[in-house]
Design a protein. Structure first.
Length: 148
């Protein structure tokens, strides 16, 4: 097969995506996740919790829901529709960690579930800590020289 025929073949089998439609779906589905999160926060506050505690419980509920959806293999159809609207927030991170753990569960609790969960979580935690340290130092320096 020559290059021209190959490129035509690739063009035929490559799915066509609408950038506008994908952006709109991500915006709406991400907004829906935020709406659910805010509703949970308001529910927890109405029971007498402080805003900080209610926010923590909301985060835990969203993570638990994402892990449960991952366990029942329901995330794939959601992501096919929502795209970044589901993957970008904490739900996507929880799905990534849970999916790695589920995929390697046959290798045991230590070498399967335990070690593979950190394939995704480890770099995120590492770079989150390094970045927050960098910006904390930058903030400290800027406040010391009275820029902020």
């Amino acid at each position: 097969m020559d290059t021209k025929k190959y490129n035509e073949y690739v063009e035929q089998v490559t799915p066509k995506h609408s950038c506008f439609l994908n952006t709109l779906k991500a915006f709406v589905s991400g907004g829906l996740l935020c709406l659910i999160g805010q509703a949970l926060t308001n529910l927890f506050i109405s029971t007498g919790m402080s805003l900080t505690l209610a926010s923590s419980y909301t985060t835990l509920c969203l993570i638990a829901a994402s892990v449960i959806l991952t366990g029942f293999n329901l995330v794939v159809p959601i992501v096919k529709f929502a795209g970044a609207g589901y993957l970008v927030p904490i739900t996507g991170f929880a799905n990534s960690v849970a999916a790695c753990s589920i995929e390697f569960r046959q290798e045991g609790l230590v070498f399967g579930v335990g070690s593979k969960a950190f394939n995704i979580a480890g770099p995120v935690i590492l770079y989150g800590i390094v970045t927050s340290g960098f910006f904390g130092l930058l903030y400290y320096i800027l406040t010391e020289i009275s820029v902020i």
